[in-house]
Design a protein around this ligand. Structure first.
Ligand code: SR1
Ligand code: MG
Length: 404
């Protein structure tokens, strides 16, 4: 019989059922459990367990020793601890926007959490052009509360340094350092560029020395700027939605990094939904409805973030010097420059690098796919090179409209 106490192994569906019966108090003694592995991400195994008697269900997420996407990535299963620990913190800061956590096991490197099967992954919902009127409100609140309340603006500096230590995440950070900040900007063998887009990439990205220098500066910012406890992979595949609820998952890339990383990431992924809509929706009224919604959502996320951040700043700031006149404005300006830059980096890496997004790869017509990808790259260059010119939501959408 399988035992779980001695050492780690990757579970099968049957193991997950035995594990739940032995280790979790969530199901009743006489539960009749079934299990399916439903993970479709790049890294982990996700088991959904259902009790056919009561209908109760939960998720067990287990980190394997290598990434699912490729065994080239040997990533420590300790990422499951990071994900569990940040879920606990987010559960205090933004309980309405994260799943409930029931159990963590440091030997099996797994976490049991709320089953969100009645939700849809936002990226998938966008591919069928669904819209969510409260998304900008929810995303901006999530970002303000997680990014401000974990920063030196609010936490005592010793406590913050303890948190920096607890969330040291070298292997997952290395994936980002390589896949986001390095490989897309030279002809790296691991890149996967679509044929129709390749000439643009060769001429306008890999040959642009000015752009490359800026990406080098940004990489060093990512390596050194321990500003806030960031999610670290805040794209539309990390957000579950219903019509009126939003839950953020998959924070295993979390560490203390530049706060603009999370904001720029989600804006770039909204842009992928926008270019997909532009290229695949034939009816002009329907196209306008969907792309108009994405533009408004981008503007609202940025503008509501600034507004909510300003209110929360005056409510929560404890650092004396941060109250000097002009400091808040300086902080927000820098945050928005970092946001614009990361937006450009994420746009580039999903077109050029190893981990593409379905919003682009699902565009069946090769000319339309190339048009969408080149639009992303043209906008990306503006976001990176002119990153100090972004102050309002409209500044972000203007770039998009000028390049699509
Ligand atoms: C090897 S992991 C590739 C990508 O998947 C994750 O979701 C992150 O975005 C990472 O860059
Ligand atoms: Mg993920």
């Amino acid at each position: 019989m399988t035992t779980f106490t001695e050492s780690y192994f990757t579970m099968t569906e049957t193991d997950a059922i035995i594990y739940a019966k032995d280790h979790l108090t969530f199901f009743s003694e006489d539960a009749e459990l079934s299990c399916k592995e439903i993970g479709d991400g790049n890294l982990n195994y996700v088991f959904r367990l259902v009790d056919s008697k009561s209908g109760d269900s939960l998720i067990i997420k287990q980190a394997g020793p290598v990434a699912r996407i490729s065994d080239e990535f040997k990533v420590s299963p300790d990422r499951n601890r990071i994900e569990h620990d940040i879920l606990k913190i987010q559960g205090e800061l933004v309980p309405e926007f994260v799943p409930e956590v029931y159990h963590y096991d440091p030997i099996m490197n797994c976490t049991a959490m709320q089953d969100l099967s009645n939700y849809t992954i936002l990226r998938k919902a966008f591919l069928t052009h669904q819209t969510f009127p409260q998304l900008a409100d929810h995303v901006s609140s999530f970002l303000v509360n997680t990014l401000l309340l974990t920063s030196d603006l609010v936490l005592g500096h010793k406590e913050k340094k303890d948190q920096v230590k607890a969330f040291i995440n070298p292997e997952l950070c290395e994936i980002t350092e390589d896949l986001v900040y390095t490989e897309p900007f030279y002809d790296c063998p691991r890149n996967e560029v679509f044929e129709g887009t390749l000439p643009f990439v060769r001429e306008e990205i890999w040959s642009d020395e000015t752009l490359k220098l800026e990406t080098a500066k940004l990489k060093f910012q990512f390596l050194t700027k321990a500003q806030s406890l960031i999610h670290g992979d805040f794209h539309t595949g990390s957000i579950f939605v219903t019509e009126d609820q939003t839950k953020v998952i998959d924070a295993e890339f979390a560490f203390y990094g530049p706060a603009g990383y999370d904001i720029g990431n989600i804006i770039a992924n909204l842009i992928f939904a926008y270019v997909n809509g532009e290229q695949t929706i034939y009816d002009p009224i329907e196209r306008e409805r969907f792309t108009g919604y994405i533009l408004t959502t981008i503007q609202d996320i940025i503008n509501q973030f600034k507004e909510k951040f300003t209110y929360a700043f005056f409510d929560h700031v404890t650092e004396r010097v941060a109250e000097y006149p002009g400091f808040l404005e300086h902080y927000l300006e820098e945050l928005l420059a970092d946001t614009a830059a990361v937006c450009g980096l994420e746009l580039s890496r999903r077109v050029i690098g190893l981990a593409p997004v379905q919003d682009l790869t699902d565009i069946a017509d090769p000319d339309k796919r190339a048009a969408a990808e080149i639009a992303c790259l043209k906008a990306a260059k503006v976001f990176i090179l002119n990153r100090h010119d972004f102050f309002h939501g409209e500044d972000f959408t203007r770039v998009l409209q000028e390049h699509t």
